[in-house]
Write a protein that binds this ligand. Structure first.
Ligand code: HEM
Length: 402
């Protein structure tokens, strides 16, 4: 498809809504409610794109990837990691996705990774159990997500600390709108280290397949070259640590603030799955992601010209009252409607089953069964921050040390 140049101004007739980025980072939901009610497709100068905020419109856009393209031009993600499946359309997207995906399917998660996820969670809890206090984000959720990701990717020489540091450095690159040279330097160091680790792992997997994502890409039916493997591993490291960490943190925080709901969940362990889906709906770890129009298209009452940049605000769609009654409430009994936290269409999250298992079958059940009398420490009244990515910056808790 011929590339259409990016249009970085408001579409004719689009309402222009000034949103303050600091307010959005603090709590984006009041602004989203306003946008859904008054300007469901608005040009927002501070983010340099149109925001689409209603559930049905986002679902509609996701059904038309040939119009709402993932190949956004000039994206910071492309500068940080190079071309990758998340910023490709089919057929190239499909080739990369089919090569990488098999190790993340439900059966593979259960047969290949579940046991190791559990052992790592126990090891991390062994380290803190005697302390009686911890930050569950830094001391548990982040190292768990990073170690699990190293395993699933097949990066056997990388430690959980390497993965978490690389992830942070690349995330900073992806949001380096101020073009800070130090941030680019850190991101380049991280991506260089990932290139080396992937080259080594790919060579080992070529000799001896090990069921991992890198191994799957090396042995894919449709060839994938080393640079493509490296770039896709980067994008997975960039996103595969913070989202499981954040959904763990938000869910734990929600339950610790609702002792009666927590009691119920502890009595019915099958409901951890519902806790996961409701947490991801209520505070979506990824709040917005970009698309660029390949041709003129009418949506939400406006015609967007080819090249327009649009943010699909899934965090807003997940609070849309026309789909989720009392959408601002955390409610495990709400009717089962599909949420948008994992996206939709061809780019539906490849790690959804990995994340569901590591958080709802491993992390929460072990934390709540092993740390007796778990409660929030003072100062954790409102630990959530962010709008493109949202989660607790820390989750300080105490318990009765064994
Ligand atoms: C609760 C945890 C997670 C959430 C909420 C989440 C959310 C998302 C969303 C919204 C997208 C679509 C983005 C877009 O269309 O532009 C996505 C894509 C993706 N996610 Fe996740 N993610 C999570 C965990 C993970 C994990 C653990 C991995 C790796 C094992 C992962 C790997 C990916 C990949 C590779 C893509 C791109 C898929 C494609 O382009 O076809 N995610 N994720």
């Amino acid at each position: 498809m011929t590339a259409v140049s990016a249009v970085t101004t408001a579409a004719p007739g689009a309402p222009v809504v000034d949103l303050d980025l600091a307010d959005l980072r603090h709590d984006p939901y009041p602004a989203y409610a306003e946008l859904r009610a008054r300007a469901p497709l608005a040009w927002v100068p501070s983010v340099g794109r149109h925001l689409l905020t209603r559930y049905e419109d986002i679902v509609h856009a996701e059904k038309l990837p040939e119009v709402f393209s993932s190949r956004e031009q000039g994206s910071l993600l492309l500068r940080t990691v190079g071309p990758n499946m998340l910023r490709e359309d089919d057929p190239n997207h499909r080739r990369l996705r089919s090569a990488a995906e098999p190790p993340t399917r439900p059966r593979q998660v259960r047969d290949l990774w579940a046991g190791a996820f559990e052992r790592t969670a126990h090891d991390l809890l062994d380290r803190i159990a005697g302390r009686g206090e911890a930050d569950l984000i830094a001391d548990f959720a982040e190292p768990l997500a990073a170690a699990n990701l190293a395993l699933v990717l097949g990066l056997h020489t990388a430690s959980a600390t390497d993965i978490a540091d690389w992830s942070r450095a690349m995330m900073a690159g992806n949001s380096n709108y101020a073009d800070d040279p130090d941030i680019w330097l850190r991101a380049e160091r991280a991506t260089g280290a990932i290139d080396d680790a992937v080259a080594e792992a790919a060579e080992a997997a070529r000799r001896e397949p090990d069921g991992s994502v890198i191994s799957s890409m090396v042995h894919a039916a449709e060839p994938v070259d080393l640079t493509e493997i490296q770039n896709n591993v980067k994008v997975i490291i960039g996103g595969g640590v913070n989202e499981p960490r954040d959904v763990f943190g938000v869910g734990a925080w929600a339950l610790l603030n609702r002792p009666e709901v927590l009691d119920r969940v502890l009595k019915e362990p099958a409901s951890w799955k519902r806790v996961f889906e409701e947490t991801a709906r209520w505070v979506s770890p990824i709040g917005m992601y970009p698309r660029q129009l390949t041709r003129d298209y009418e949506i939400a009452g406006l015609t967007l010209p080819a090249g327009s940049r649009v943010g699909l605000v899934i965090a807003s769609g997940n609070r849309d009252e026309s789909v989720f009654e009392r959408a601002d409430e955390f409610d495990l009994d709400r009717p089962n409607r599909p949420h948008l936290a994992f996206g939709g269409g061809p780019h539906f999250c490849m790690g959804a089953w990995v994340a569901r298992h590591e958080v709802s079958a491993v992390a929460w059940p072990l934390v709540f069964s092993r740390l007796k009398g778990l409660r929030l420490a003072a100062g954790t009244e409102s630990p959530l921050e962010g709008w493109v990515f949202r989660g607790p910056t820390a989750l300080n808790v105490t318990w009765q040390a064994a």
